[in-house]
Write a protein that binds this ligand. Structure first.
Ligand code: V4E
Length: 223
């Protein structure tokens, strides 16, 4: 299992040129179609759990447990940590099923099954009362900055939102401080300013399409 450490940033007309100037190399462009699932009452997202299907594969993003990991940080590192998110990325379907079931177990008595899993068999979704609540396509241009070991994605979502991401993947329990430092250095090279987290695609999607749920997520400090 890996942990994604990520800082989002706002892109503008100069972003690609700036990336080239700092030595980032474009490694490709692709279209990504995402479908996000939750119960009709949003039991998962209200726990900050994000279940999605991307390219026929299931993925679950859950918050990492340890807030304590960043408590001891000081100065620049603490500021860098505040601008980044950390999520555990789970791609094993049995593990996803286990975590989702655990999260919504009070709401799905008698629905839980121990059946085998395949990416194609989606019967577990209806058994757990999971429905698609968000669906969009993103055009993603990816860059790599080898020197820092950071992946940089520029995303253009089909609902008109443009956002960049600086991302470092570490193994669970891996060196979070080093990941934050790589992101901080890259942000500095790119001349990123601002001390507020930048909204992700889902943030903007929900604000437009599911305003009541969006307000709830804000009031629960999930978004
Ligand atoms: C974790 C999360 C969501 C799931 C989507 O995550 P995100 O990294 O925004 O999407 P994407 O398409 O860039 O995924 P990748 O290809 O990098 O795996 S939706 C909302 N969250 C929580 C969240 C948050 N609270 N704050 C910020 C800035 N981002 C995400």
């Amino acid at each position: 299992m890996s942990v994604e450490v990520e800082r989002k940033f706002l892109c503008n007309a100069d972003t690609v040129q700036r990336l080239e100037e700092i030595g980032a190399v474009c490694v490709g462009q692709r279209q990504i179609h995402d479908q996000y699932f939750d119960t009709p009452e949003f039991h998962l997202t209200l726990r900050d759990m994000w279940l999605r299907k991307r390219k026929g594969c299931w993925e679950l993003k859950c918050p990492t447990a340890a807030a304590s990991e960043t408590e001891a940080l000081g100065g620049k590192q603490s500021e860098a940590a505040a601008l980044c998110t950390r999520y555990r990325e789970i791609t094993s379907l049995p593990e996803i099923h286990l975590r989702v079931t655990e999260a919504i177990k009070d709401t799905c008595e008698d629905r839980v099954s121990e059946a085998g899993f395949s990416q194609e068999d989606e019967s577990w979704l209806s058994k757990l009362n999971l429905v698609c609540f968000a669906e969009f396509t993103t055009v993603r241009r990816s860059f790599t900055l080898k020197e820092e070991g950071v992946q940089i994605d520029l995303d253009q979502a089909d609902f008109g939102y443009h956002v960049g991401e600086l991302e470092v993947l570490i193994p669970e329990g891996g060196d979070l401080q080093a990941a934050l430092e790589k992101i901080r250095k890259t942000a500095e090279k790119l001349g990123l300013t601002g001390d507020q987290r930048v909204k992700g695609k889902m943030d903007v999607f929900l604000k437009r399409n599911r305003p009541e749920h969006y307000a709830k997520l804000l009031s629960e400090h999930i978004l």
